[in-house]
Design a protein around this ligand. Sequence first.
Ligand SMILES: Nc1ncnc2c1ncn2[C@@H]1O[C@H](COP(=O)(O)OP(=O)(O)OP(=O)(O)O)[C@@H](O)[C@H]1O
Ligand SMILES: [Mg+2]
Length: 373
Amino acid sequence: MRRVKRPLAWSLNDLASTYTVEEQIGEGVYGKVHKAKNKQEEVVALKRVKTNSNSEKEGFPITALREIQILMQLRHECIVSLKEVVCSDYERSVYLAFEYLDHDLNGLIESAGAGITPQHARSYVHQLVEGVGFMHERHYLHRDIKASNLLISRTNHLKIGDWGLARDFAPDGDGSYTNRVITLWYRPPELLLGATRCCDGYGPAIDMWSIGCILAELLAGKPILPGTTETDQLDLIIGLLGTPDAEQWPGIENLPLWDSFSLKHEEDEDDGGPVEADRKKQRKVRDRFAAFDADALDLIDKMLVYAPNDRITAKAARECAYLRDAKRPNELPTLNAHSAHEWQVRKLRRTSSSSSSKPVAAAAAGGDPPQRH
Ligand SMILES: Nc1ncnc2c1ncn2[C@@H]1O[C@H](COP(=O)(O)OP(=O)(O)OP(=O)(O)O)[C@@H](O)[C@H]1O
Ligand SMILES: [Mg+2]
C-alpha cells in the first residue's frame, strides 16, 4: 500500500476558539473522546489527555507524550492521523485532535445489522496487517490491538488508533519492557508467562497474536478467548492450542512465570503428578474453526502459535493467499451504520435495556485494562 506523505501541522491552539465540541464518542480508562468541528467545518475526534491531581508534580503524562511522538513518526494510510495538539486554558488540560472516523470495529461488531460480511473481514485484516507491518519495520510495537482501537471510515478504510501503549523497541537488544500490556483477551501467552525481554520472545510477534484473535473474532462474530483473569486466559489458550511444551516452544522453561504455571498445572492433575503425554491437551484450532474459509483458517493457524519466533510476521502475512485476494475498501458493500463507536453502542444498549427493565448485559471491554509503562 502507498505511504501517505503529509506535513504534520500541530500547534497549541486554544480549544474554545478553534473547535465546537459535539457529542461524546468514547471513554477510555485514560480520558474522554468527543466529536468536534473546526472553523472550516472539518470534523475531528478530540481526545482529552487525562492528568491526575498530582500532575503539577508529575508533569505531562508519559503515555500522551509517547502517543504524540510516535504518531509524528508514523504517517500511513492505515494509521490514524494526529492533526494537532490543542490546549484548554479554562480546564487547564490538553487535547489531541485526530482525523475523525465514523466507526470503530467493536462498535460495528456489536451493532446488529451493520452488515460486516466475510469480504469486509478480509479487507479489514489486510489493512490492519499493512499498518502493523509498516510500524514493525520501523521498530514500533502497538501493544493494544483490539477491535475498539481499530477505526473504520464509512468508505471501509481501517486506521489503527489508540497509541497510548505503543513504544519503540530494539530488535535483539537487551532492553526490558513491561508484560502488563495488551487487553487480556488479545494478550499472547508469552506475556501471560512474564516475558519482558527480546530473548523471551518480546517483540512484533505480540501484536501478531492479537491480529489472529481479531481475525477469528470477525469470522466467529464473538471474541474467541474471553478470559476473566490471567490464569483463566492461559487456560483458555491451552484449551485451544493444547498443552505447551519445550518441543513446540523452545525456551518456555526460561520464562519468569513458567515454574509457577507448570506447578499449578501439575497440582490440577488428579494424582498431583506431572502431565502425562496422553493427558496433554491437543491443539484444536483447525477443529474449532473448521467452518471458516480455508485460507482464513490457514492464516489463523499461523498467527495463533505458541513460540513467538514461529508466529507469522506481518511481512509474510501480507503474501498469504487469504490476504492476497482482499478487496480494496471502496469495492466493499456500504455498511449499514451511521456512527458505531463501542462507547455509544453500549450506552444505547444500556439505555434501551434499563428502559425495558431488562438486566443490563455484562459488557466487560475485553478484560482488565492493561497498565501503561
Ligand atoms: N479518530 C477517531 N475517530 C473516531 N472515533 C475515535 C477516534 N479516536 C478514538 N475514537 C473513539 O474513542 C474510543 C476511545 O479512544 P482511545 O481508544 O484512543 O482512548 P483510550 O482512552 O485509550 O481508550 P481505552 O482505554 O478504552 O482503550 C475509541 O474506541 C473510539 O470509539
Ligand atoms: Mg482504546
